[in-house]
Design a protein around this ligand. Structure first.
Ligand code: NAD
Ligand code: ZN
Length: 267
């Protein structure tokens, strides 16, 4: 595939010519870890139906009813399935590739829409979780976060130890605003970047989906990794058509080969 080879070479060239490379990742990043995305073929919404757009308002209106439903695992079927898949998932070679780019000083940060924690499990240190984490709890009144004690909770979480406020999962519900500090961190990372690897996202969920365009308008170069075209394909400088778990390790291998003083990897 000469064309694909050429695109990988262009991506490597762009990455190595940049001073601040970040990755923005979406649900497609974790598909090969067994966690389906929401949209498209095999997507959770395609299989089980779409979401209730007012999840957060339901929580605020009646936290007792919200928690009763949660503890009985009586959620919308797509949520039940998402949780099952996340609870057994492990990082795939794409997550490992991004972690190794960070440890080699090539990548500074991952801004992810995923809640699965697989970037950290693969070794990434600088991760901004725009939609929160399935592994944490958060007080909606003061923003304090704490580790989640179990993947499937048996008892309702106690009020916040810091302010006595209402505690929910850190994962952002439909209708819930993204915490301001997270938005600011993601925006700052976007503004610092001069090259963005956009991996496995349809770029349709706002505000996260708007960040690649903001980076582009700041003058950053965009490299898309996705088997399908997306809302931002047209604005990307290089498009790598394929699965994250295949393309990202290939990119890392190529970068290893062309960096001066770097030991080439086995391919
Ligand atoms: P999306 O469902 O809108 O789109 C997924 C994208 O991934 C598509 O563009 C698709 O072509 C691409 N894709 C599919 N398989 C791929 C692969 N193997 N490699 C690379 N790309 C692949 O996802 P989204 O834009 O991230 O938005 C969905 C929202 O749902 C997110 O905001 C996220 O919070 C949440 N979500 C998270 C998880 C998770 O944590 N793993 C899973 C499902 C949904
Ligand atoms: Zn609190």
């Amino acid at each position: 595939m000469a064309e694909a080879r050429g695109a990988i070479d262009q991506a490597v060239e762009l990455i190595l010519a940049s001073r601040n490379v970040i990755a923005m990742t979406g649900a497609g990043m974790s598909v090969e870890s067994g966690i389906p995305p929401f949209r498209g073929e095999g997507g959770l919404w395609t299989q089980f139906g779409g979401p209730d757009a007012n999840q957060y308002q339901r929580f605020l209106a009646d936290p007792d009813a919200f928690w009763a439903r949660e503890l009985q695992q009586a959620n919308e079927p797509y949520i039940v399935e998402l949780r099952k898949t996340i609870s057994v998932a492990a990082p795939n070679p794409g997550h490992v590739a991004l972690a190794s780019l960070e440890s080699e000083g090539v990548l500074t940060t991952v801004v992810t829409q995923n809640i699965d924690g697989l970037h950290q499990a693969a070794g990434s240190k600088s991760v901004i979780e725009m939609h929160g984490s399935r592994h944490k709890m958060r007080c909606v009144d003061c923003g304090d976060r704490s580790p989640r004690e179990a993947m499937f909770l048996q008892v309702r979480p106690a009020p916040c130890v810091r302010c006595g406020g209402r505690v929910k999962y850190d994962s952002v519900l439909f209708g819930e605003p993204i915490p301001r500090s997270v938005l600011e961190e993601a925006r700052a990372a976007t503004d610092r970047a001069d090259c963005v690897l956009v991996v496995g996202t349809s770029a349709t969920v706002r505000p996260a989906g708007g960040l690649p365009r903001i980076a582009k308008s700041n003058g950053a170069r965009l490299i898309e990794v996705n088997p399908d075209s997306t809302a931002i394909t047209e604005t990307c400088d290089v498009v790598l058509r394929g699965r994250a778990a295949a393309i990202l390790p290939e990119l890392v291998a190529e970068i290893g080969l062309v960096r001066p003083g770097h030991t080439p990897r086995q391919r």
